[in-house]
Design a protein around this ligand. Structure first.
Ligand code: AP5
Length: 182
């Protein structure tokens, strides 16, 4: 199975849910930039205070902050890894390349989880995280389309992209992802 992975998809598509299942089953390091930022926010660090102001609006935290978090967590990794919610734009995608070259661990597959807006909004409103209110969700969706969706073509051209339908039950989506990676 491929074991150096990126998970791409709109908010609420199930990236975090599926990444947790797959990484547990296959002993991969699960790196979610969203989770790592929320840890900083809860700890009340300087970085966390800066990030909270941006996350509460559904905007993207600065590339510099996010890249330093990823670099810190990836360096020295010998096991497989799964990056969830990163990269989020072309600047981050391009910055990731030399970082992975340095550790000689190229990406093996990019999983795109897709679902329609109606389902995404419903799931997020039901979850109710701090950034899960209708106005912020709509902004996150817009930012996804504007900044993150161009990565679909970027990784497709590289022959790395695998699209998976995310509308169905968690275990059905998990099966599709596993099949795409075999
Ligand atoms: P982040 O934490 O990455 O949030 P997101 O991309 O908006 O993704 P979500 O967690 O909302 O959705 P998900 O696809 O992971 O779905 P999940 O599995 O959780 O980012 C948050 C913020 O941090 C950003 O807005 C930004 O400010 C900042 N940030 C993070 N990374 C950044 C970066 N690289 N650069 C700059 N800024 C960054 O599922 C959602 C819900 O649906 C759950 O309740 C789940 O139980 C449910 N669910 C999942 N799958 C199913 C299913 N198949 N059926 C039914 N329910 C399901």
């Amino acid at each position: 199975m491929k074991e150096r992975l990126l998970f791409l998809g709109p908010p609420g598509a199930g990236k975090g849910t599926q990444a947790a299942l797959l990484s547990k089953k296959n002993h991969l390091l699960h790196l979610s930039t969203g989770d790592l930022l929320r840890i900083e926010v809860s700890a009340g660090t300087v970085l966390g205070k800066k990030a909270a102001l941006i996350m509460d609006k559904g905007e993207l935290v600065s590339d510099e902050i996010v890249l330093s978090i990823v670099q810190k967590n990836l360096s020295g990794q010998s096991q497989g890894w799964l990056l969830d919610g990163f990269p989020r734009n072309l600047v981050q995608a391009k910055a990731l390349e030399p970082l992975l070259e340095e550790i000689m661990q190229p990406i093996q597959a990019v999983i795109l989880i897709e679902a329609n807006d109606e389902i995404l909004v419903k799931r997020l409103l039901e979850r109710g995280r701090a950034d899960d209110n209708e106005k912020v969700i709509r902004n996150r969706l817009e930012i996804y389309r504007d900044k993150t969706a161009p990565l679909i073509n970027y990784y497709s051209v590289k022959g790395l992209l695998k699209s998976v339908k995310g509308n169905d039950e968690v275990n059905i989506v998990a099966k599709r992802i596993q099949e795409a990676l075999n």
